[in-house]
Ligand binder design. Structure first.
Ligand SMILES: CC(C)(COP(=O)(O)OP(=O)(O)OC[C@H]1O[C@@H](n2cnc3c(N)ncnc32)[C@H](O)[C@@H]1OP(=O)(O)O)[C@@H](O)C(=O)NCCC(=O)NCCS
Length: 171
């Protein structure tokens, strides 16, 4: 399996992959398109898993803000991640997330936040975010699905406040 950065030539296949992985709906495919057009897009953080010249997985990480009364911190949000239905549960999603974390570290981002399945992400080192002084008000979600990963040691102590997903997340 090859893990690599997405290029423009992949856009159509990535659209189809997200459509299939999310049960034949376009929401996530369109989210990817909106993020790509936004200021929060970081091309190196749109990551592909490829097998035999076929795209079998895609992960998109992009910028967002955590704000408290005085500060606005730039953080990374993970969404969406998709693995082809017939290739799921073979470790591809985990490989993509591990690579995403490595790239965030290289680029100097401190934390990654997400809304996701509480049975999947903790095994990759994600933990509930609210107990670390992070909040989310734009979406009403239970504590266990709003999660954070500390990319750089000490950043969870430093970055506190409300996560604000950018406009691309709202159509
Ligand atoms: C979620 C997803 C990206 C995981 O990718 P993957 O390559 O299948 O995951 P991995 O092989 O790395 O990990 C598999 C493990 O995660 C678990 N897992 C996979 N998808 C899961 C889900 N939707 N909810 C809970 N657990 C899940 C599997 O049960 C498996 O656990 P096991 O090893 O104990 O059997 C993939 O299943 C997918 O594309 N799902 C549809 C789209 C989606 O829901 N995206 C995430 C939105 S938060």
């Amino acid at each position: 399996m090859i893990i690599r950065t997405e290029t423009e030539r992949d856009f159509n296949e990535v659209y189809k992959l997200n459509y299939l992985a999310f049960g034949n709906r376009e929401d996530e495919s369109k989210l990817v398109e909106r993020i790509r057009k936004s200021n929060e897009y970081i091309p190196e953080l749109s990551i592909i898993a490829e097998m035999e010249n076929e795209i079998v997985g895609h992960l998109l990480l992009s910028k967002a803000k955590v704000e408290d009364h005085e500060n606005a911190y730039t953080v990374i949000v993970l969404a969406p991640i998709a693995v082809k239905p017939n290739r799921q549960k073979q470790g591809i999603g985990s490989r993509l997330i591990e690579e995403g974390i490595r790239r965030c570290r290289t680029l100097g981002y401190g934390i990654i936040l997400l809304i996701g399945h509480p049975s999947y992400y903790p095994r990759l080192g994600f933990q509930p975010a609210r107990k670390h002084g992070l909040d989310l008000k734009q979406f009403e979600v239970p504590d266990e699905v709003f999660m954070v990963y500390e990319v750089e040691e000490g950043k969870l102590k430093e970055i506190k406040g409300e996560l604000k997903y950018p406009k691309a997340f709202f159509n």
